[in-house]
Design a protein around this ligand. Sequence first.
Ligand code: EPU
Length: 421
Amino acid sequence: MDNLRIVGGTPLHGTLRVSGAKNAALPILCASLLADGESTFRNVPDLTDIRTTANLLRHLGLDAEVAPPVVTITSRPVVEPDAPYDLVRKMRASVLVLGPLVARYGRARVSLPGGCAIGARPIDQHLKGLEAMGAEIRLDHGYVYVEVPKGRLTGADVWLDVPTVTGTENLMSAAVLAKGRTTLMNAAREPEVEELARVLNKMGAKVEGAGTDTITIQGVEALEPVDHAIIADRIEAGTYMVAAAATGGDLFLDGITFEPMRAVAAKLREAGIHVERQDTGIRVVGKPPFSPVDVTTAPHPDFPTDMQAQFMVLMCLAKGVSVITETIFENRFMHVSELNRMGADVTVQGRRATVVGPAKLQGASVMATDLRASASLVIAGLVAEGITEVLRVYHIDRGYERIEEKLRAVGANIARVPGEV
Ligand code: EPU
């Protein structure tokens, strides 16, 4: 398994092109199940999660040609609408085939994703919505069996107890072929949900209100394949914005719009970072000393949980005390013990982390068990004195396209080295 070896202390300078959004691409690729024929997706990032999704679609009998940034899916009727444990355990977002499969075939068997490193992550809201639309749900031996006795889902009003992102996406994808009108209330407002709605509408669906907390979907009889370029990845952009700030660099993030970055930009500015909105991207300039800032993660448009770990590194460098509160996932502070090994002073109590800075970070061998935690350790390595080795780089490869190449191109001293098996 590869590791990343970083020699810290070099500010990031130059221009970094932001890749396509992983969390938009995943539900969109799954939506290709909704229509027969060839769909072309552009600006798709080259990530393991994309390849896992392609494998799942192939398992369902579709052709998937992955040649990033282009992915071509040739969809045909699925004989066995089934997502097996082997694929779902590799990537919990595999559950995103559930909505399209039930919409089109009136039945599906999908392995329950189970918990993961960051929390329990149930899918009860996905199932509740499908039930409201007329599906019968049975859980058996780790699988969820969904069957629509009428054969076709019926539009319904669905109130989500939490504004779940993949839940909203699954139910939206299910409702597009249902009979009648579905209203999703307390829906997730993430830009990736909006992007999926855009693609579904291009395919011939009638979705309104995506990006707000109430989405209405008027079911149609059939959908068409699509050609679509995926939006830029706001979390990748945010990660490099923090990296630029923390290293005292000057970086232009090419291809990201300002709108989805508002909360992160606001918190960076509060910390004393110069964040400049430009026509084709965002420029970030970091000049220490940084100010401590309290951050609470919450659903979009608030501060994203997917940026919490990275922002914490910046707070370790700030002079004073900051409090970071995680409200989305119950176990998303795994990076803390590793940051403390590098010289940080962070104390966790329940969902709250208190960061005392400024810390003088020192290079160390570190490891994390999820994607964003690993990204935070890379940022810490870029800042730290000496050599940092970030182990288990496969977590990073799930969500950051060629991270070492991108960072090297803007001045970082970082290399991928083969690790022990
Ligand atoms: N939840 C429930 N019941 C449900 C669904 C969710 O209780 O039926 C809870 C979860 O346990 C969690 C909260 O609701 O506490 C929010 O979870 P959500 O369902 O919104 O998360 P997700 O859809 O599984 C997506 C992203 C995550 C991101 C979260 C939150 C994808 C493929 N994944 O996950 O991305 O952290 O939304 O914004 O879109 C990542 O990219 O690193 C990542 C983890």
